[in-house]
Ligand binder design. Structure first.
Ligand code: PMP
Ligand code: GLU
Length: 393
């Protein structure tokens, strides 16, 4: 409260936000590590690799050449072309550059898509468990979250029945996220088609967060939601970015592709908000999108081996169970047998045996914790062994 006016300093919407547990716990793990504590970091939601050199070189070149000024708000023309080429090559999606908006990470893309679509009182259908930023973004737009709780038995996937039950006249947006953070689950082509049909038939827009597209394992395939039926393109906003696939989290490079009207509105919003993404970061994105498939494949291979390893290690811990992830770099582990709630579990495992992981509650799923395998095989073995002996006690 300010003394003179006794009005609250913080407006209602911002005051309603929770800080990001993923960012807070990851920061705490890094801090402990810097203090010399032997922390096993199962918290990090980012690849533990440096950005490949060719992408860095593209930015260094741009900087040397004096690319230090504003670019168009929605991105350099050559970057938007590279994104359009990517969407065509990987996703069989045709977009004009005007339909593409380059954003400060995929987080900003989801945020602005929601800002543009959602009015006060509109409902946004959010399957739970969800990436913890979605509900906060909806609140910031004045929207109402309608959570749809999925079950472990259904591999944490929202079903057509559950979706239909959640729809009301106020429904405006459905958020889909496959591969999923925090569960690692990947929806099939049929599942995505059916869900999107239901949404579109009810005049609901779909924000499809496909940031983990390239991190999929075994025979699993990723399908871009907008490409599943020609009519879907009028209702689907495809979000993607460079962070996960190309180990570029710190660069803040994301984008979305949308119907022209939505892209134009987001462009005006961004004009008054961030303007363009850092100028000399953009050529690095062009390089990654045009010539980075080899690097992305190398990363995927490493994550695939780690996934197999962590699955076999976790299977040796009788107190936990989990749905095997087909994508992303997370395992969502059921910890109900421990008798602790997810917050207690995460706090105690960090304090007692120095394992950082994220409680399930901020993802909308009590009784679970999220373990990230964006860490070395050595750490995976060390961490799971520590967890096993800790849980035995
Ligand atoms: N969506 C999901 C599901 C994520 O896990 C993340 C991770 N940060 C993002 C979006 C945002 O990614 P970016 O770093 O590109 O903002
Ligand atoms: N998305 C990642 C995670 O879930 C990175 C942290 C964040 O931005 O939330 O851990």
């Amino acid at each position: 409260m300010s003394a003179e006016t006794s009005k609250p300093a913080i407006n209602r919407r911002v005051a309603s936000l929770s800080p990001s547990a993923t960012l807070a716990i990851t920061a705490k793990a890094k801090q402990l590590k810097n203090q010399g504590v032997d922390v096993v970091n199962f918290a990090g939601g980012e690849p533990d690799f440096d950005t490949p050199q060719p992408f860095k070189d593209a930015a260094i070149r741009a900087l040397k050449e004096g690319m230090t000024r504003y670019t168009p708000t929605t991105g350099l023309p050559q970057l938007k072309e590279a994104i359009a080429e990517k969407l065509k090559r990987d996703n069989q999606l045709e977009y004009k550059p005007e339909q593409i908006v380059v954003t400060v990470g995929a987080k900003h893309a989801v945020f602005n898509a929601i800002q543009v679509l959602v009015d006060e009182g509109d409902e946004v259908i959010v399957p739970a468990p969800y990436w913890l930023s979605y509900p906060e973004m909806v609140k910031m737009a004045g929207g109402r979250n309608v959570f749809v709780t999925t079950s472990e038995e259904q591999r944490f996937k929202i079903t057509p029945e559950l979706l239909k039950r959640a729809i009301s006249p106020a429904s405006k947006v459905l958020i889909l996220n496959s591969p999923s953070n925090p569960t690692g689950v990947v929806y099939s082509k049929e599942e995505l088609t059916e869900l999107t049909r239901i949404a579109v038939d009810h005049g609901i827009f779909v924000v499809s967060d496909e940031i983990y597209e390239k991190l999929i394992y075994g025979n699993t395939k990723h399908y871009a939601v907008a490409a599943l039926e020609p009519r879907f393109k009028d209702s689907v906003i495809t979000v993607n970015g460079l962070s996960k696939a190309y180990a570029m989290t710190g660069w803040r490079l994301g984008y979305f592709a949308a119907p022209l009207e939505i892209a134009k509105a987001a462009s005006s919003l961004q004009d008054h908000q961030t303007s363009n993404v850092t100028s000399f970061a953009q050529p690095a994105a062009v390089e990654a999108l045009r010539n980075g498939e080899g690097e992305a494949a190398k990363l995927r291979e490493i994550f695939s081996n780690r996934r197999d390893l962590i699955i076999s290690e976790l299977r040796r811990i009788p107190q936990v169970r989990f749905v095997e992830p087909d994508g992303a770099f997370y395992v969502f582990v059921n910890i109900t047998k421990s008798g602790l709630n997810s917050m207690e579990f995460s706090q105690r495992i960090l304090e007692e045996v120095h394992i950082a992981l994220i409680p399930g509650s901020p993802f909308g799923a009590e009784g679970y914790v999220r373990i990230s395998f964006a860490t070395s095989e050595r750490e995976i073995v060390k961490g799971t062994e520590r967890m096993r002996s800790w849980l035995k006690k």
